[in-house]
Design a protein around this ligand. Structure first.
Ligand code: FE2
Ligand code: FE2
Length: 166
């Protein structure tokens, strides 16, 4: 029987990003410790605080649809974060470490942007306007984080990786 509707898909995808956000929250302090540049460390710290707020927003969305806030294993984020860990190991004490960490963080942001972009649109179609607004707030925050990371890459991190400067 074909019973799965957009509502089902919205709920499943919400659980996917809820799982992902909580994994990201655990991973950001590790990235912060691993980063060499103070600017990158600060960016990871700032985003950790934002991520706490994003998890709260997701809990509000679960409340709006009358479902318990429960995650569902997201293989994509597991893979993206595992690649980040690989960079931490393989580039430890190397000039290109920060460039690799920054790129790993941007892969996370782009995953989040695709999920929140989709969820926001589905919320609108489902006439869940309050949920759409919450999802859009996070979407904007993720997009700004991505831009901030690009700015750090352009300003310092990529050049340091190239020159091997401290
Ligand atoms: Fe996030
Ligand atoms: Fe993020």
């Amino acid at each position: 029987m074909a019973t799965k509707t957009l509502e089902t898909l919205f709920h499943d995808t919400l659980r996917d990003i809820y799982y992902a956000e909580r994994k990201i929250l655990k991973s950001l302090p590790k990235m912060q410790r691993a980063a060499q540049s103070d600017e990158l460390k600060a960016a990871f710290q700032k985003h950790k605080e934002q991520t706490e707020g994003q998890i709260e927003r997701l809990q509000q969305v679960f409340e709006i649809i009358g479902k318990p806030a429960r995650g569902k294993t997201c293989d994509a984020i597991e893979g993206i974060l595992a690649e980040g860990e690989e960079i931490m190991d393989e580039y430890k004490d190397s000039p290109a470490l920060d460039a690799g960490l920054l790129a790993a963080a941007q892969a996370v942001e782009h995953y989040e942007i695709t999920r929140y972009g989709t969820l926001k649109r589905w919320a609108t179609v489902l006439k869940l306007d309050d949920a759409a607004k919450l999802l859009d707030e996070t979407l904007q925050e993720e997009a700004r984080t991505d831009e901030d990371l690009t700015a750090i890459a352009d300003a310092t991190v990529n050049a340091e990786a190239l020159e091997g400067a401290e």
